[in-house]
Design a protein. Structure first.
Lengths: 534, 309
């Protein structure tokens, strides 16, 4: 009976170890034959950002700003519609950017306004209205359902846009994951210019075309007398001869004639005269028609190209421009121009983002950590192994075999589950070496106790394993509970610790209980040893 | 080879009172230190702020670095040596993490480049955590320790009895409080990895406690008529050899991590080292006496049940 049993157990152990070796192979060598790469597991163990170097970002999408700008757009359209219908109204300034206030001098205007609102702007809701001396003042807000929709859309759109940008920037294996509270987690392995990546990801990239108001004086506006429907924006200018940078104010029509939404493509080109890079943009068919109409209506005026509130250039429209092509010039480096083209192609973020968390590790520190981690694993293992062999003699060697198999299982499992190995993860492996031995210590001490009772080796080993089993399971399950909680709580490196700790506990139970028992039984049943060397 | 001869008969529980006094004193010192420092010292993971690790290829001083960074307004900043002296590594930290300072590391790099020249230093690590994220992590960290304790309480109650579970939990709280106190005394910071280490300590210390309890349970079943105190003493003696061996092997590997693992996980390894020592002590001198004390207050019912089973 026992004979079949031991064969079966050997078979199980062999299969488990072979499977683990299988998954571990691609990590050990990259010179695997072609059929292996095609048909067998070829994932290597992922190294965390703290080991391979890279950047970890958590961004927050300012979804409320998307709601505000939606309100602003709706408000502008509403006001234009009111003016077209010749409804008398006055705008009232409010502190709160999420609401809009208007005054109507008589009830007739107010009624016509209500009709218009009901028919054409169902997403705007009146939150309060007050009539004092015949003048009615109303406050408007975006309807709550619509606010939810806008916020959700802003997050989805941001995620999509950032994915596009990162893809075009050319990062291998980026992770971009939405999280709760409008947050987005971004992991970029092996970034060599972090600041550039941040600029690329975080830029809103709202491209607008606005007419320059040359009828009013910029100086008056700067003194505070900004005409209705106008705004002051600045642009940088570099003197070619002196290299001096200046801020130039522009008085613009606040309403954008076109935005980057109508873009089809954006490319970097090099200017012939000065050899400076610029970005040439191409509109989609509708955008091309709009652009042609706008330029034909405004010949002789200046059209400002505004990116995220900064005027890049404001060329005079010489003639009607067909064909849907335009250029954004400015003082760019080649990288800046390339990144600008990327963000224009990928589209604008629907709302600004802020960086909540940034962690980055340079490649040299990562390599350092790997070296030191591996060193501590080797030294720790050697210390424990030699101690165990000295203390338990031949039985100690069995424990050593179990421990080495344990490594294979842990690394195989890491590769199979596509888990990420981090620096605390390496620490987890080191810790597991200590704890894995514990299971064997428990068993061996128990066997010694049984031998002291003058039991035969066969009976002592059997009793030792049976009695130690429940202790080992209880002790390991409770540690596993702590490790699983840690997995839930942690991100990045800390989660890596939870992963190796959990895997290590499970693997070590297998090797320390199941595998060592096979070896003991083999010697006792087949080799008929009379004395246990323990 | 044997360290501990079989059939030792130390009366461990005689020292329970002394151990309790020692523990209370150590805890009190830790708590006083915490009060004195105004709570645990939080790293930027939990407090928010920015940390920049710079490696220089020549010797320099914190004062020299501060001079180089003079032109940047970094608010309150701390510049300190990191790791071994010959590594020439420094940490620059500030509590600033505001959005307008997203480029803080860029500014620091530029200022250092002006002072030290480009090839003579390397920015190896930047960590910036906003105040809001720090608060989230703080809450999650405390909750995770609580959840771990609740999970363990449930499991141990299921496998043993409530009084054993309470003994185990009291020992765990004891270990955590002492480790936190020692961190405060040594003015070490709490970071995410240190919280991970605390959870690992919970796991380890419990492991040890369970082994002791398991043997007590076994002996109670075998010879339930003896006084519980004697059974406990005998049990601790029977597994003394294992307790010491496991603590020793774990200390060996954690020691390897502490001395060789590098500065980044130094505090993490330190927390583990403290945890292993305190955890071993507490399973013998805190967890077991707690169960015994409980037994003395509510003896009959629980013991009667045990005898029948």
């Amino acid at each position: 009976m026992f004979d079949k049993n031991i064969r079966l157990r050997i078979a199980i152990a062999a299969v488990v170890i072979l499977v683990a070796l299988f998954f571990m192979m691609p990590t050990l060598t990259d010179r695997l034959p072609a059929f292996w790469k095609n048909h067998l597991p070829s994932d290597t163990i992922n190294l965390g950002l703290d080991l391979q170097g890279g950047m970890h970002l958590i961004l927050e999408v300012q979804a409320d700003r998307a709601v505000e700008s939606s309100l602003e757009r709706l408000g502008n359209n509403l006001k234009e519609a009111l003016m077209e219908d010749r409804v008398r109204f006055r705008e009232v300034a409010v502190e709160d950017k999420s609401s809009l206030a208007m005054e109507f001098p008589d009830s007739e205007s107010a009624d016509r306004f209500r009709d218009l609102l009901k028919n054409r702007y169902p997403t705007l809701k009146i939150t309060s209205s007050r009539i004092t001396e015949g003048v009615e003042q109303v406050t408007l807000r975006v309807d709550a359902d619509q606010v939810e929709t806008i916020r959700k859309f802003a997050l989805e759109q941001s995620l999509e846009t950032i994915r596009n940008r990162v893809d075009q920037f050319g990062v291998t294996e980026p992770h971009i994951i939405p999280q709760e509270h409008n947050r987005i987690l971004i992991q970029l392995p092996g970034i060599d210019d972090p600041q550039r990546a941040i600029n690329l990801i975080g830029k809103t990239a709202l491209l607008e075309f606005k007419l320059v108001d040359d009828e009013h004086s910029v100086d008056d506006a700067l003194r505070g007398d900004v005409p209705r429907g106008r705004e002051i924006l600045y642009g940088g200018r570099v003197d070619r001869l002196t290299g001096e940078r200046n801020q130039v104010p522009y008085l613009l029509h606040a309403r954008a004639l076109m935005t980057g939404e109508s873009l089809e493509d954006a490319r970097v080109s090099i200017d012939n005269r000065f050899g400076e890079p610029y970005v040439s943009i191409k509109f989609d068919p509708q955008g091309a028609r709009d652009f042609e109409r706008i330029t034909s209506q405004n010949v002789g005026k200046r059209l400002a190209i505004v990116l995220d509130g900064v005027v890049h250039s404001a060329p005079v429209i010489q003639e009607r421009i067909g064909g849907g092509q335009a250029q954004i010039t400015g003082t760019f480096s080649t990288d800046e121009a390339r990144d600008l083209a990327i963000v224009l192609r990928a589209g604008a973020l629907p709302a600004p983002v802020t960086i909540l968390e940034q962690r980055r590790v340079g490649p040299s520190l990562g390599q350092d950590s790997i070296d030191r981690g591996v060193m501590s694993i080797i030294v720790g293992t050697l210390l424990v192994l030699s101690f165990i062999v000295v203390y338990y003699n031949y039985s100690g060697i069995i424990a050593v075999i179990a421990l080495l198999l344990n490594f294979i299982l842990i690394f195989g499992a890491l590769a199979a589950f596509r888990a990420t190995l981090t620096l605390p993860g390496i620490a987890g492996i080191v810790l597991i070496i200590g704890m894995a031995v514990d299971a064997n210590v428990l068993i061996f001490e128990r066997i010694r106790e049984e031998l002291r009772l003058d039991k035969s080796p066969r009976a002592a080993v059997k009793a030792g394993y049976n009695k130690a089993l429940s202790t080992i399971v209880d002790a390991n399950v409770t540690t596993l509970i702590a490790a699983l909680v840690l997995f839930q709580f942690g991100t990045g490196p800390v989660r890596g610790f939870a992963v190796t700790l959990s895997l290590g506990i499970i693997c070590s139970m297998f090797t320390a209980i199941f595998v060592t028992r096979i070896i003991f039984d083999y010697f006792i049943w087949y080799k008929q040893v009379k004395r246990v060397s323990i | 080879m044997e360290f501990i001869k079989p059939d030792t008969r130390f009366d461990f529980l005689r020292f329970a009172r002394t151990a309790a006094i020692i523990s209370i004193v150590v805890i009190a010192v830790g708590v006083v230190s915490l009060l004195f420092h105004g709570g645990p010292k939080l790293g930027i993971d939990f407090a928010g702020g920015t940390l920049i690790q710079v490696k220089f290829d020549k010797e320099t001083t914190a004062g020299e670095i501060r001079k180089a960074l003079n032109q940047i307004d970094m608010g309150g900043s701390i510049i300190q040596r990191f790791g071994a002296a010959q590594d020439n590594e420094y940490l620059i930290r500030t509590e600033l993490s505001e959005a307008e300072l997203e480029n803080l590391s860029g500014l620091v790099e530029k200022a250092l480049a002006e002072h030290y020249d480009h090839d003579h230093f390397e920015i190896r690590r930047v960590e910036m955590v906003g105040a809001a994220v720090g608060k989230d992590l703080r809450q999650k960290g405390i909750l995770s320790i609580l959840y771990a304790m609740i999970g363990i309480l449930v499991y141990v109650t299921w496998r043993f009895e409530l009084r054993y579970a309470l003994g185990a939990i009291i020992a765990l709280i004891h270990d955590i409080v002492i480790t936190v106190g020692i961190f405060s005394l040594l003015d070490k910071e709490f970071t995410l990895p240190v919280i991970a280490a605390l959870l690992a300590i919970i796991g380890y210390s419990l492991n040890d406690t369970i082994v002791v309890f398991d043997r007590i349970r076994e002996n109670v079943r075998a010879s339930g008529r003896k006084p519980l105190r004697d059974i406990m003493n005998a049990s601790i003696n029977q597994i003394l050899s294992r307790t010491l061996l496991t603590s020793l092997t774990t200390l060996l590997v954690v020691g390897a991590l502490f001395f060789l693992g590098g500065a980044v996980i130094h505090d993490f390894a330190f927390a583990l080292m403290v945890g292993v020592i305190v955890g071993t002590y507490s399973s013998i001198f805190i967890a077991t006496p707690t169960v015994l004390a409980w037994e003395r207050i509510w003896p009959a019912a629980a013991r009667g049940k045990k005898r029948i089973s």
